[in-house]
Each structure stands twice: as structure tokens, then as C-alpha cells.
Design a protein around this ligand. Sequence first.
Ligand SMILES: [Ca+2]
Ligand SMILES: [Ca+2]
Length: 260
Amino acid sequence: MTRLATTVTLALLLTAASAPAQFADTGQVNAAYDRDDPALVIWASSVVEIQRGPIDHADPDGELASHGEPTDLLGPDGTAVSLGDHGWITVGFDEPLADGPGDDLVVFENGFAAGGLVYAEMAFVEVSTDGETFARLPALCRNGEPTGSYDAVDPALYYNLAGNHVGGTAYDLQDLMVAGDPAVISGEVDLLAIRYVRLVDVIGDLGPGGTVDHLGRPVSDPYPTAFASGGFDATGVAGINLQSVRTERQSWTAVKSLFD
Ligand SMILES: [Ca+2]
Ligand SMILES: [Ca+2]
């Protein structure tokens, strides 16, 4: 190896060592859950805050999405509340969720199937301990093509974006550790005490003002959606792993280890 090559290699290694952890796209996909799945042990029970977006972000002062009441998505029988372009809603739980084995959290939209594809709108999923600082699940979009207002998408081209399944899309909070999320590393967001979930609509416009995934790629979802039910249509948020159950399990593991 020449001296120059050695220097370049060393520089690259040093850069890699100091750069924050990157969440890699390995073709991963989210699991899908039905509403009546017994794994879903808790449902969002309160709406903390909602900010609806315009029906078209290209007209920011225009009409806002208006379909549904904010509380319509609560509980296991929730119905749609539409968020509009980049609108968002924060929901709360009666008991904190925690990062336990496998999937921890499931978000439901009102998508429907068409062959192997899904008619759906997408949202980023964010979690919080205190309701102030949120960590966004690292989202990946492998679909570089524009999605028209009434086009369906292939769920396999999306990861950690709510809405990509008919029924519920599941998330593993562990992804935030893998991604080295700064709020999680600092402890501001405690993955063993998640009390709030925020859903943020994706703007599927691949041009200026659109939204990007964890790796900076534009996220494609139906655009434009200039109607009252435009944007992500949230119909429910459920928890799988509760803090109380996880703590109990950890205590038992600790006691058991004394006798192993
Ligand atoms: Ca987990
Ligand atoms: Ca959208």
C-alpha cells in the first residue's frame, strides 16, 4: 500500500469511528398486526395535541384536512382522523410502554389492499417519555417513484413508516438504539418509559417541500391529496410491551440468576 493510500485509509477509518451510528437499509420490513391480535395489550387513551396540516402543502394558507374528530382514533375500535400534509397528532397511554422482546408498538391507518399493493398514506412514528422530546423511528423509503393521488404502493419498499400495511404496522423501539438516536443516548427519551407517541404525516411530493427518510431519501406516498381526508388517516395506536411487565420480567431474571 502506498503512503497516500495508507493515509486515505486511516482518514476514512477515523471518520467512521467518530461519525454517529448509521441505521443501514438492509431490506428490512415491518410486521403487520390485526386489531384483535392478543399481543396488543394497551391502546392510546388520550389525545395530547393535534396540528392538522393543509390539504396541499403547496398552498400552506389553504384549507386544512378536517375529516374525523381528534379523539376518533382512541381505543381498539378507533376510526380515522386525517392529518393533512405534515400534520401531526400526539397520543398518550395510561401505562408506559417499554422496549421489550421484538415489536413494541403498532400504528393503524385505514389503508386497503389491492393485489399485493396497499392504498395507504404514510406517517413517521415518534416516541417520547416526557411529551417534550421525541425520537423518530428511523424510517426508510426504497420507492423513488412518485405516487399519484390514487396509486397503491408496495409495503416492502417502506420501513418504519406507519400506514404501509393493511391493519397495523409494528415497530421495535430497539431500532432507536441501533440508529444511535441522540435523545435516546442522552436518556431524554427513555425506551423503558414511553408515554407518548406522535404521528407526523409524510408529504409524498418528491419535489421541494417533500419529506425525507432517515438516509435523506424523499419519501413517496400519495400526492397530491387535496381533500378533507388528505394526509395520514390515524385509526389507532396500540402497545405490546408494557413497562410494568418488562420490569417484572427483569426482576425475575435477576432473582433466577442467583440460583443458576
Ligand atoms: Ca423491542
Ligand atoms: Ca401524505
